[in-house]
Design a protein around this ligand. Structure first.
Ligand code: CP
Length: 342
């Protein structure tokens, strides 16, 4: 694998060949239950603007398994509140600017993971990944995207690893993955669905996006994924009828996300998500249309809102495996960024 990439911010920055090499190594790390001291003395900084269970613990565990240490920075909760706007007059409640914070962390850490969700308010800032790009600009060490406005690449890699475990590395074109939208009490960012579609369209699996018409992600993302499918010999189908979309599915990935109209009309977006399309909850009756499909979800999940207990508790559910695979793919990514071999 070439070390062409300094950061792990977007799948789009990496060649498919290098992503597959990361997955192959993650498979090996999992098989070996790998532990070493190869990264002894290194420090992984983990900057969380938003809460986490899996990302936090899996990155800390990955660092420990490689012999490295980690430091969690939670702005406003144990560390200073951070201003992220450039040119801001900081006479409000923000104490320190991202510009200094990232440069300082670079002097202490050997890589910096950053979690900064979309606020679903500034579409241009979100779609251009303004904050993550600013971090990369000021960082003097590798930056890892732990979920940004529009991408969750570590989740996508763990999901890809899980799908390869289910169907083998070469059987993907025969299989159908359905990403199905689900209702939720609050508007959630589009990072996970965008990354699932990104990963699936690269993997060769047949991809169906099942969602109400208003929930389709912006054309710029969909067009890129259709192009990727054309490159990798598969197809991206968009189906607004959940039953027809689920028919014949081999794996069903459920997720809620906000309609892109949230930026212009949050009240209408909430009405659609909470009232009009409540019936999109995934349940065992709907899974009957599938080809005894496996179930996936990135977690955390709202039981009996996004997906029913009977699906989550079924033998075909693989959401815990996905969470485990975060550990292995992130260990593989750290080894690549730190130039460590097995
Ligand atoms: N899937 C995921 O990123 O989980 P956390 O939000 O708990 O980190």
């Amino acid at each position: 694998m070439s070390s062409q990439n300094k950061h792990f911010i977007s799948l789009n920055d990496w060649s498919n060949q290098n992503l597959l090499a990361l997955l192959d190594r993650a498979d090996e790390l999992k098989k070996l239950r790998y532990r070493s001291r190869k990264a002894e003395g290194k420090v992984l900084g983990l900057l969380f603007f938003n809460p986490s269970l899996r990302t936090k613990v899996s990155f800390e565990a990955a660092a420990i398994h490689l012999g490295a240490g980690s430091s969690i920075i939670s702005p406003g909760s144990g560390s200073w509140t951070l201003e992220t706007e450039f040119g801001a007059v900081m006479n409000g409640n923000k104490t320190e600017h991202l510009k200094e914070a990232i440069q300082v962390l670079s002097r202490y850490c050997d890589a910096i993971g950053v979690r900064a969700f979309s606020t679903l308010k500034d579409q241009d800032a979100d779609y251009t990944e303004r904050l993550m790009k600013s971090v990369a600009h000021y960082a003097e060490v590798p930056v890892i995207n732990m979920e940004s406005a529009m991408e969750h690449p570590c989740q996508a890699m763990a999901d890809w690893m899980t799908i390869r475990e289910l169907f083998g590395k070469n059987a993907l074109p025969d299989k159908k993955l359905v990403l199905t939208w689900a209702p939720h009490p609050s508007p959630l960012p589009q990072a996970v669905p965008v990354s699932v579609l990104d990963m699936a369209s690269r993997s060769g699996i047949q991809v169906t996006l099942a969602c109400p018409p208003e929930m389709v992600p912006d054309t710029q993302f969909i067009d890129r994924f259709k192009q990727q499918c054309a490159t990798y010999g598969n197809n991206l189908v968009i189906d607004h009828d959940q039953q027809s979309a689920l028919t014949g599915a081999d794996v069903v990935y459920a997720k809620s996300w906000a309609s892109p109209i949230v930026y212009q009309n949050p009240l209408e977006e909430a009405r659609l998500r909470k009232e009009k399309y409540q019936y999109w909850t995934l349940d065992a009756d709907k899974m009957q249309y599938t080809n005894e499909a496996y179930f996936m979800h990135c977690l955390p999940v709202r039981r009996n809102v996004v997906v029913s207990d009977d699906v989550l508790d079924s033998p075909n559910a693989r959401h815990i495996d996905e969470a485990e695979n975060r550990l292995h793919v992130q260990k593989s990514i750290l080894m690549q960024l730190w130039d460590l071999s097995l």
